[in-house]
Write a protein that binds this ligand. Sequence first.
Ligand SMILES: Cc1cc2nc3c(=O)[nH]c(=O)nc-3n(C[C@H](O)[C@H](O)[C@H](O)COP(=O)(O)OP(=O)(O)OC[C@H]3O[C@@H](n4cnc5c(N)ncnc54)[C@H](O)[C@@H]3O)c2cc1C
Length: 546
Amino acid sequence: MNSTVETHEVVNQSPPLSGINLFTSDPALAALVEGIPNAVIDQLVTHGQVWGTPETFELGRIANASPPVLKPFDPNGARIDVVEFHPAWHALMRRSIAAGVHSSTWDATDAESSVRSLARAARLFMTVQAEAGHLGPISATNAAVAALAHAPDLAGQWLPKIRSRQYDSAARPMQDKKGVTLGVALAEKQAGSDLAATTTRAEDAGDGSWRITGHKWFVSAPMSDAFVILARTRDGLSCFLMPRFLPGGRRNAIRLMRLKDKLGNRSNATAEIEIDGATGFLIGEIGRGLAAIQDMVTLTRLDCTVGSAGLIRIAVAEAVHHARHREAFGEVLLEQPLMNRVLADMALDAVAAAALAFRLAESYDRASNDPAEAAFARLMTPAAKYWIGKIAPALIAEAMECLGGNGYVEESRLPRLYREAPVNAIWEGPGNIMCLEVMRVMRKSSEPLEAVLATIEDALGGTAKSTLNVLRAAAAVALADEGSARVLTEQLAMTVAAASLRRRFPSVIADAFVETRLGKPWRSTYGMLDSRFDATAFINYICPAV
Ligand SMILES: Cc1cc2nc3c(=O)[nH]c(=O)nc-3n(C[C@H](O)[C@H](O)[C@H](O)COP(=O)(O)OP(=O)(O)OC[C@H]3O[C@@H](n4cnc5c(N)ncnc54)[C@H](O)[C@@H]3O)c2cc1C
C-alpha cells in the first residue's frame, strides 16, 4: 500500500509562470524597441518587473472574478448611476495611470518624445499580459485626446487632469479631481459600424453648451469623467464632450440602464445608457462629427492591435513554459517532435504579430515628419487590426490545448485570455469594417499602398518582387470586387509582418514566416513548420526559459 506522503505528493505539474519580468524575459520585445533611448528602456524594464509580479497577475484574476456591479439608486431610491468595482480593479487602474499608459502619447518628454507611440505600445503590450479589461478606459482616455484636439478650449480645461499620473475614482466634477479618465459613446442600438445612422440628438442651448438626448448601446467604462459622444444636430452629425458631472456638482443627465453580461473583458463595465437632455460641449465643427472622431478611432485601433499581440505573447509563453516542465510518455513535452513543431509555429505567429504591431506604432511616431509613414499608418492600421485580431482567438485556443486539461481550467489564465481575445477584433470596427477601411484608404489615394510596398521592398530586398506583384494583383481585384477585400487585407498584414521580422530579427525567422505563411497554400492549424527549420531554436529564441 502507498504511504500517505506518496499519494499526496504532486509531481510533473508545471510551476506558475509569474514573477517574471515581462520585458527582460521577452527578447523579441527588446529587439522591437532596440535603438530607443536607454532611459526609456530602463523604464520599460521597470514596467515589465511591476506587471509581471505574482501580485499583479493575481489582481488581474480577482478583478475578473469579481466583475463590476451597477448601483443605479441610493438606499433612498434616488438615482446615483454608479458602478462599483472591486479594489483589484482600482489597483490595476492606479498602476497603469501611474505609468502613463492612459496618456503618455500626449505628454512624453525628453527621451521619449520621439518614440512616444512605440514606448507606449511596449507598455501596453506588457500590461495587457497581466490584465486586459482595465485597459478599456486607459486606451479610451489616450485616444479621446485626439478628438479633444479639435476643441482647444476644452483641451485646455481637461488635458491637465488627463495627463495627471494620479488615479482618482471619486464620483465628482472634474474640477475637484486629481486625475480623470474619458470614455467613448458612439454605438447605438441601430448604428454601430454605420455611425451615420446615429439618432441621438443635440440642440444648441444658446449658452455655449448643447442639450443631448438619446441613447448609446455600448459604453465601456461608464464611470469615466466625460464621454466623447456623437449626436445629430440640424447641420448633421457632430461630436461633443459630455461630462459626467457639471461644474457645481450636479450630475449630468446620463442614466446607466444596465451593464452588459459579456463573454470576456469582465473586469470592465460596459453599459447601455440613456441621455435625457444632458449637457455637452461641441468638439470640432458642427456637422463634422465623423471627422472629429477619426484620429481617436485610429488610435484605439492601434491599441487593439498591440493588445491582441500582447495577449498572444503571454498565451504562447504559457504554452512553452508548460511544455518545458511537463513530461508525458517519459519525455519533456517540449522535446517531443509534434509539440516542438506546434510551439515553434505558434511562436512564429506571436513574434510576427508583435513585429507588425510595433512597426505600426513606429509609423505613428514618424508620421508627423514623413508623409510616407503617415500613409503607411493609414493603410496598415485597419489591416494589422484585422489580421492580429483574427488570429488571436485560434492561437490562444491552441496555446490552451498545449496545457492539456489544466489549460481549460480558470486557474491557468488561458480561459480568460481566450474569452478576451475576440473583443479586439469586434470593437472599433469588426473584420469586414477593417477591410472596407483598407478599401476606402486605397480608393482615396494610391500613396498609402505605394508607401507600404516601398517598406516591404526595402526590407525584403530581391525576394520582394513576386510578393509585390501578388499584392498589386490582390489590390486590383479588391478594387474591382469588394467581396475579395479580405484576401488583400490579410496579404497586406502578413507581408508587412514578414518585412518587419526581417528588419529586426535573424533572417531565418522571417524566412520561416514567409515560406509557411506567404509561400504555401492557406493552412488553418499550427504545427506546419517545415523540418528544415530548427523549431527548438525558434522556441528558445522567442520564449527563453525563465
Ligand atoms: C465589449 C464591448 C465594448 C464596447 N464598448 C464600446 C464603447 O465604449 N463605446 C462605443 O461606442 N462602442 C462600444 N462597443 C461597440 C462596438 O464598437 C460595436 O459593437 C462595433 O463597432 C460593431 O458595431 P455593431 O455592434 O453595431 O455591429 P454592426 O455594425 O451591425 O456589424 C455587424 C456585422 O456586420 C458586418 N458589417 C457591417 N457593415 C458591413 C458592410 N458594409 N459590409 C460587410 N459587412 C458589414 C460587421 O463586420 C459585423 O461583422 C463595444 C462593443 C463591445 C463588444
